[in-house]
Design a protein around this ligand. Structure first.
Ligand code: SAJ
Length: 430
C-alpha cells in the first residue's frame, strides 16, 4: 500500500500549512490553487503566506517532492477543501466552497474521502457540498466518504497549533469520520474527536461566537469600569483569579475574518439569537467609541494631528482584514482630524501607512490601536522629541504607562477614567 494521495484545494494560510504537514508526514500531496501568483511563488520556493516557521516546512515539503502544486486537481484518496468563506452581510459567501467542490467532483473515486475545512454555516457540507460531489454519479456515505474538520489555529502560531491542538471531525457516517481521522492522525498530536457533520460545523462557529461574546462582555465591563471610576485592567486581573472566570481583554473592536464574522453563520430564522447579535453590536460599536474619546482629548487644539500606532486587526499580526484600528482612523478623519498611521508589521501595499518619524512629526496625540510587541519597547523620549503634544491614549493597554508618564505624557487608558500625569492645559509643549 503506497503513500496516501491527498489533494488540498486552496493554498492560503490554512491550506498551505495543512498540505505541507500532510506531505511531511507520509502522504503524497497535490496543492491546488487558482491563483497563478501563489503557484508561481511556490514553484520558485517562495511562500506567499507570512506565518512563523511556515516557509521552512513548505520548502521542506516541496524539496522532498512530496508536495507538488498545480491549478488542476487529480484523482486521489483524500480531498481537503481549505477555501475562504467571507461574509456577505450576515451570510456566508459559499462561492469558493462550491467552486472547490466542483473542482474535486470529477476526481472522486470509490473509497475516496472528501474533507471540508472551511468555516461554513451548519448543514453546508451536507446540503451544498454533497450534491455537487454526487454529480460524479457516486453517493456520499456509500461510494465515498464525506467529512468536516474545522481549523482552530491562531495566526502567528499556526505551525505549532496545527499539530498540537485537539481536532474535531464530523462524518456523514461513522466510517467517514474514522477515515478522515486516519489521515489527520499522521501529524496531529492533539486528540481527534469524532462526531457528525452538522455538529462539527456548529462547534467551530460556537467556538468563535464564544470569543466574540466574551470580548463584548469585556468591552462592556470596560465602559462600566470607566463609569464607576475604577481600572478595568486591575478588575480583570483580580476577577480572573477566580478558578472558573476568564474575562477577555477590552479593546477598540473585533477584527479579522473569523471572530467578527463566524457568529453570524450560526443564526437560524426560528431563533431570536439576542446574545450573539448584541455582542456583535457591542464589538462593532467600539471603533466609534474610541474615536469619540480621542476627539474629546483633542478638544481645544487647533488643527489636531493624531499619530495612530497600529493598523493591523490585532497585535503582532500583519493582517488588516476588518481591522477596528482602520475603522477608528477613518472615523477620526471623517471628523476632520489629521491622522497619520504607523504600523511596522503591515506592508505598505496592504494599507497606506507612514514611517515612524513622519507619523509622529507634530502630532498632538499618540493613539495605540494594536498591541504590537514593538510598541511596548518603544522609547517615549525618542517619540516625544517629534511631537507637538504629549497625550497618549492606549486602547490596547499595551505599553508601560509609568514609563510614558515619566517622560511627560498624559496617559489615558481604555477602561479607566483615571488619567496618569494629567496636564493642566492642552497647550502645546514646544
Ligand atoms: N480581541 C479582543 N480582545 C481579546 C481577544 C481578541 O479585543 O481578548 C480582538 C483582537 O484584537 C482581534 C479580534 O478580537 O481584533 C479577533 O482576534 P482573536 O485573537 O480572537 O482571533 P483571530 O481573529 O486571530 O481568530 C483566529 C481564527 N483562525 C484563523 O484565522 C486561522 C479563528 O478561526 C480561530 O478560532 C482563532 O484564531 C483561535 O483563537 O483559534
Amino acid at each position: 500500500m503506497g503513500a496516501p494521495k491527498i489533494v488540498v484545494i486552496g493554498l492560503g494560510y490554512i491550506g498551505l500549512p495543512t498540505a505541507a504537514m500532510f506531505a511531511l508526514h507520509g502522504s503524497d500531496v497535490l496543492g491546488v490553487d487558482i491563483d497563478p501568483e501563489i503557484l508561481g511563488a511556490l514553484r520558485s520556493g517562495n511562500v506567499p503566506v507570512r506565518e512563523k516557521d511556515l516557509t521552512a516546512i513548505v520548502r521542506d515539503a516541496l524539496t522532498t517532492g512530496r508536495l507538488r502544486v498545480s491549478n488542476r486537481a487529480e484523482k486521489a484518496d483524500y480531498f481537503v477543501l481549505c477555501v475562504q468563506t467571507p461574509a456577505k452581510g450576515r451570510s456566508a459567501d459559499l462561492h469558493a466552497v462550491r467552486a472547490g467542490a466542483k473542482t474535486v467532483a470529477p476526481y472522486v473515486k470509490k473509497g475516496s474521502t472528501v474533507i471540508v475545512e472551511s468555516t461554513v454555516p451548519p448543514g453546508t457540507t451536507d446540503l451544498v457540498v454533497k450534491p455537487i460531489l454526487e454529480t460524479s454519479g457516486l453517493r456520499a456515505g456509500k461510494d465515498f466518504h464525506l467529512a468536516y474538520c474545522p481549523e482552530r489555529v491562531m495566526p502567528g502560531n499556526i505551525v505549532r497549533e496545527i499539530v498540537e491542538n485537539d481536532r474535531i471531525i464530523g462524518g456523514i457516517t461513522k466510517q467517514a469520520a474514522a477515515k478522515a481521522r486516519e489521515i489527520y492522525a499522521s501529524f496531529v498530536r492533539g486528540n481527534i474527536l469524532l462526531t457528525d457533520l452538522t455538529t462539527a460545523e456548529f462547534v467551530k462557529l460556537a467556538e468563535n461566537a464564544f470569543r466574540d461574546v466574551n470580548i463584548a462582555l469585556a468591552n462592556e465591563l470596560a465602559d462600566l469600569a470607566e463609569a464607576h471610576g475604577i481600572d478595568i485592567w486591575e478588575a480583570i486581573d483580580l476577577a480572573n483569579r477566580h478558578p472558573r472566570v476568564n474575562l477577555l481583554r477590552p479593546g477598540p473592536g473585533v477584527g479579522g475574518h473569523c471572530i467578527a464574522v463566524d457568529p453570524w453563520f450560526l443564526l437560524a430564522p426560528q431563533v431570536d439569537a439576542r446574545m450573539i447579535t448584541a455582542a456583535r453590536a457591542v464589538n462593532d460599536g467600539r471603533p466609534e467609541q474610541v474615536a469619540r474619546r480621542t476627539l474629546r482629548l483633542l478638544k481645544g487644539i487647533k488643527h489636531p494631528k493624531v499619530a495612530a500606532f497600529g493598523v493591523a486587526y490585532k497585535g503582532n499580526a500583519d493582517d488588516v482584514r476588518d481591522s477596528p484600528a482602520i475603522r477608528v482612523i477613518e472615523i477620526l478623519r471623517k471628523a476632520g482630524a489629521n491622522v497619520a498611521a504607523y504600523d511596522p508589521l503591515v506592508p505598505h501595499d496592504l494599507y497606506p501607512t507612514q514611517g515612524l518619524e513622519e507619523a509622529i512629526e507634530g502630532a498632538d496625540c499618540l493613539l495605540m490601536l494594536a498591541d504590537h510587541r514593538d510598541f511596548y519597547y518603544m522609547d517615549p523620549a525618542i517619540v516625544a522629541r517629534k511631537l507637538r503634544g504629549r497625550v497618549l491614549f492606549d486602547t490596547r493597554h499595551c505599553v508601560d504607562h509609568g514609563k510614558w508618564a515619566r517622560k511627560g505624557f498624559e496617559v489615558h487608558d481604555l477602561g479607566s477614567s483615571r488619567v496618569l500625569n494629567r496636564r493642566t492645559s492642552r497647550s502645546t509643549v514646544r
